[in-house]
Design a protein around this ligand. Sequence first.
Ligand code: IPT
Length: 268
Amino acid sequence: PTLGLISADLALHAPSQIASAVKQRAGEQGYAVLISMVTNNAETCCREAVQELLAQRVEGLMINVPLEDDVAQRLRELAAPLPVLFLDVSEQAAVNSLVFSPSQGAQLGVAHLLEQGHSRIALLAGPETSVSARARLAGWQQSLAAAGLTPCAVARGDWSAQSGYEKAHGLLANANKPDAVLVANDQMALGVLRACAEKGIAVPGQLSVVGYDDTTDSAWFTPPLTTVRQAFRDAGEQGVDWLTGEREADVLSQTRLPVSLVVRGSTA
Ligand code: IPT
């Protein structure tokens, strides 16, 4: 038997770590996994990927691509009656989903920086086309507002380390210099650390940096990265177990996975 995984760009660390977990768990359960990768989350690309996997007779589908609610619902209808589990949709989407709580992650990052006495906090968000990137940004803004603060600057990258590097140079050139930055993923945080090293800005000390994901290499950055951990292996395993296990028909399964803060050396 075979499962299908439609994934966002596997050159990115988070999707590749999810795919690894899916592949391994499915293997343990005697399932093969066919992977279709879409580097563009346009609906037409996703429909083609669904059709390609349906043609190969997969028994269930996992979709780890950032999708708007209405697009996810149409993809679910396209795949019906096959079970489909979405990993990157809003908490409101009327589809089966397994998603990490973006508001909790944002809140943990803000609370950590406030505890350390930071108040000039910059935000480095992910791309506008990603529902999760938008939810993290909104969560940061809400948590800051609840503390009576506004971000001292906001920039958007594209999840890559290069974009983090370039946007950090912009944020750090600002007259109103941040004393901390919340970054929407660890790869962009890596670029931020590089920009700080080039400018002679001490991390921590002059700038605290909080990442998001806790991908497997983040403990090995210089300094080791403080970050919001999304347990990708657990998500991949639970996703496979849901697809291969007993499911209640006609009841949406919407699982919210908690995140946690991993405090390392990039904040003080
Ligand atoms: C999300 C990651 O946090 C981000 O770093 C990036 O890799 C993105 O995926 C790619 O789409 S995790 C996702 C399950 C919300």
